[in-house]
Design a protein around this ligand. Structure first.
Ligand code: GTP
Ligand code: MG
Length: 596
């Protein structure tokens, strides 16, 4: 889950107890009264340990989610075990190949099993189509670590085939017309900069965190004193070159290993935007975490390492994260990117090297669906502070590069259209609990609509209505949040265990629905093993991750026209478009290198 970085920002002392603490008594997630729901089996390895169905890591019993991949111990979407129920209410989740503004419009998700709380039937999420299913191969199958596939979904539609028809007995008035109130619309008079959510992605060690740390320092978000501290500590641990990265990589393990493991969230103001940086991990083991951050992005910075061999490794068909990240962010609907060619100091600021990278990567980006006009190319050295917030001072660079510096390039990005006038939809990426005051806060980005202090919100999937007690944006109290804003919403009138990461805050009268079986339109980017019925997948919908299984392959589609070319094929291969049905909550995950 994304986490806020801690430099120079005041944290409320109340907010120091995190989700896990709440599970110490271990009973919140028991499935009581749930004969209908079959939770995935968790292999009992030894007493006090449960094995993650996604990555097979053995977690301590007290953990409510996997320590490695973050999957919930008892997942939100559960398997009802009854596939014969009538299909109902097919709604369409947006196609990711639509323009992002369009994509936001179509939301799907079914109401299912009158859920009573997170320990009831639950299930996820409504949303705008930024959903991904990633297939994996188990360690046991491959003899190696689970492998993440270069694969993602370019287009998705969902339907629930198994549901109870009384599911909407609660107050879903989604057939009524929603009328936004006047305060929900942005007010220029408020004089606040528009928020731009910017994901920093790219191959491991390309310099994403160093670049982010450097930018934050140059723009005054990290004080000189703080920077000295990082430098000193990094040197002491023999990791002097990681001083800037340490501003983002906060955990002992991240610092020790010299890699980012979870998405760090930081912010700064440019001339035009309030920029929220989402510094993602580049290591392939943490792609699920990268997805959690990237789904919030309006635009992205793709960082590539210019050094000889490193750029090539990033673009390698096997394990190249430049490739996979580019494909993933495009799948999430991000269509504007800045390609930062970093470490130009290592190649003597060579124009020839820059042009070669531009040519090779440009061809690949075009194949992912990025338009040339939406891609900016900026050569920089994060380490030597060249071309970040001002024109370069090194003659080897300024003699041939006359484009904008990185900060100006960020200001040239366009904000995607925001859906202020739709009912509230805020996927929850993290929960903060205060044990002392018994308070719970949900963190996330508003995808649509607006809320203000005092607003009533419906917390899904627990279906409890809560009141917004207060809100914080960038650790500052705020009274209104609108589509596009990243906020921490302090809730009143709800027990802490009813709010879960991966859930959604929505308008009480316009709830998102719940599904355990989905029909997906997918594009397979790259797999070595065909996708078959029974293939195990990892389904990502916003911040929810769920083990899933292909239960039907309905058709193959023509990539250009979208028309059905073959019904009920036996398997799906790389580069094919298809319609499949997947079901959540399978017993064991990780058998296939599938995708979606
Ligand atoms: P992950 O988050 O683990 O994927 O890595 P990252 O992309 O965040 O890379 P990070 O910032 O941790 O930097 C990796 C290494 O590259 C560190 O040793 C940095 O000092 C080095 N580095 C980053 N930027 C530059 C640069 O502009 N020039 C040189 N020479 N080294 C750099
Ligand atoms: Mg990093």
């Amino acid at each position: 889950m994304p986490r806020k970085v801690n430099y120079g920002i005041d944290y409320d002392d109340d907010y120091d107890v995190y989700e896990d603490d709440d599970y110490h008594n271990g009973d919140e997630y028991e499935y009581k009264n749930e004969e209908r729901v079959i939770a995935p089996k968790q292999e009992v390895i030894k007493a006090g340990v449960w094995r993650c169905p996604i990555c097979t890591y053995d977690n301590e019993d007290s953990m409510s989610e996997c320590d490695i991949c973050g999957v919930l111990r008892n997942p939100l979407v559960k398997f009802s075990g009854n596939s014969n129920r009538t299909a109902a209410n097919f709604k369409r989740l947006s196609s990711l190949d639509m323009p992002s503004s369009e994509r936001e419009k179509n939301i799907l998700i079914e109401s299912e099993l009158g859920a009573e709380g997170p320990n009831s039937s639950s299930a996820s999420l409504g949303r705008d189509g930024r959903s991904v299913v990633k297939g994996r191969e188990t360690a046991s199958d491959s003899g190696s670590k689970p492998e993440i596939l270069n694969s993602s979904m370019s287009s998705v539609s969902l339907s629930s085939k198994s549901r109870t028809e009384n599911a909407n007995e609660d107050k879903d008035k989604s057939n009524l017309q929603y009328k936004p109130e006047s305060w929900m619309m942005p007010d220029q008079a408020e004089g606040r900069l528009s928020q731009l959510n910017l994901a920093i992605v790219g191959h491991v060690d390309s310099g994403k965190s160093t670049l982010s740390g450097r930018l934050l320092h140059l723009l005054g978000r990290i004080s000189q004193k703080e920077m000295h501290k990082y430098e000193k500590e990094a040197k002491q641990q023999g990791k002097g070159s990681f001083a800037y990265a340490w501003a983002l990589d906060e955990s002992a393990e991240e610092r020790e290993r010299g890699i980012t493991m979870t998405v760090a969230v930081a912010f700064f103001n440019s001339k035009k935007y309030h920029v929220v940086l989402l510094d993602s991990p580049g290591h392939r083991d943490f792609v699920p975490n990268m997805i959690s951050g990237a789904t919030q992005a309006d635009a992205a910075i793709l960082v590539v390492d210019a050094s000889v061999g490193s750029f090539e490794a990033g673009l390698d068909a096997i394990g190249g994260q430049t490739r996979e990240h580019a494909q993933l962010i495009r799948s999430f609907g991000v269509d504007q990117i800045i390609v930062v060619v970093n470490k130009m100091d290592v190649v003597e600021y060579s124009q020839e090297r820059f042009d070669m990278i531009k040519q090779k990567l440009g061809t690949f980006l075009r194949s992912c669906g990025f338009k040339d006009s939406s891609v900016l190319w900026i050569p920089v050295s994060a380490m030597e502070n060249q071309n970040l917030v001002a024109t370069p001072s090194d003659t080897r660079l300024f003699t041939w590069f006359h484009g904008p510096c990185l900060l100006d390039a960020i200001d040239s990005l366009q904000l995607p259209a925001r859906d202020y006038s739709k009912p509230l939809l805020m996927p929850i990426c993290d929960i903060i609990k205060s044990q002392s005051q018994g308070q719970v806060s949900a963190c996330g980005k508003l995808e649509t609509g607006a809320i203000r202090t005092g607003s009533k919100v419906l917390v899904m999937p627990s279906r409890v209505v809560a009141t917004v007690r207060s809100m914080e944006r960038d650790s500052q109290v705020c009274s209104i949040a609108r589509a596009g804003d990243n906020v921490t919403v302090n809730l009143q009138g709800i027990e802490g265990n009813r709010v879960t990461a991966g859930g959604v805050l929505c308008h009480p009268d316009f709830l998102v629905h719940v599904a355990n079986q989905l029909e997906l339109k997918i594009l397979v980017l790259d797999v070595t093993v065909p996708i078959l019925i029974g293939s195990q997948l990892e389904l990502h919908v916003h911040h929810a991750k769920e083990a899933a299984r292909v239960v039907k392959i309905l058709s193959l589609l023509d990539p250009k026209t979208g028309k059905v070319t073959k019904k009920s094929p036996r398997c799906i291969l790389a580069k094919q478009n298809a319609v499949v049905e997947v079901r959540g909550g399978s017993a064991r995950i990780g058998l296939c290198r599938g995708v979606c």
